[in-house]
Design a protein around this ligand. Sequence first.
Ligand code: SAM
Length: 281
Amino acid sequence: MSFDSEFNKDNRIENILVDEKAYNALIHLLGKKTGLNFEYYNKSFIEKRIKSRMIRVPCKTLHQYYDYISSNGAEVKKFIEGFTVNYTFFFRDFDVFETIQDLFIQGLNVSRKDIKSNIKPAPTKLAKFRTKSNAVKNFHKNRFLSEKPAKYYVDIFVFLNQLSYYKKMKRAKSADNCINIWSCPCATGEEPYSLAMILDNLETQVPRFPKYRIVASDIAHEAIEKAKIGIYTDDSMKEISDYYENKYFSKQKTHFGHNNVIKEKIKKKNRISGRGYYQGS
Ligand SMILES: C[S@@+](CC[C@H](N)C(=O)[O-])C[C@H]1O[C@@H](n2cnc3c(N)ncnc32)[C@H](O)[C@@H]1O
């Protein structure tokens, strides 16, 4: 095995050289220790994580860090902590959820105007939680999306024909198909519950709605446990529309104000499971 031999003299991130072989050996080792496949992650994200740990430990070369990790279980746990940042909220990137809803509406051959749904949060809500420049950027982006030129659907459906759930949706009325949706990194559950709310809302309005199953998972156990409980602070509600908030949540009084409790019906639509990751030794 060969590793980079250059030394990071000042112990600064920009001085760390990433040699391909050393990098591959390191992610292979980390993979063995954690059970995660780091090839599926964005490489620059992994590199940043490795470098940020290296300057803290400190190790000056990937070779040194490899040796350090080999004999130090606690470091593996620290390395992984950077992957379990659970930042999320309901309908995060709401335009993506609108697109998913559109796909269902189109796939099921119903007309949008016959469906009651409003995913987009009120502008006052957006303005409150986003910086001004982001609010302006998103306003323009969403205006573009709401115009939805004919080509938008053509492009999307060319892509969709590759997707199994769309194929199933089209056959759903004739066959006993189940659409399977997997929210892989679900964090505290806001993403799979947002999907469940959209589908439940459609299901109650579209006759012979296809069967579906939502599976949610995450490597962070604490996040999974919160997801199973389904009680949220206002921070998770910062971009949910009044339509979905009123339809699927109730308020629970607390000493500090209130919590938002998701309806049991929506909780039941998700199968939430965690899988262990290396906890250190
Ligand atoms: C920033 S949250 C994103 C949550 C949600 N998908 C969203 O977009 O709002 C990232 C989540 O990915 C999880 N994660 C990271 N690697 C994972 C993996 N290999 N398998 C499952 N979950 C993973 C983390 O624990 C964290 O909860």
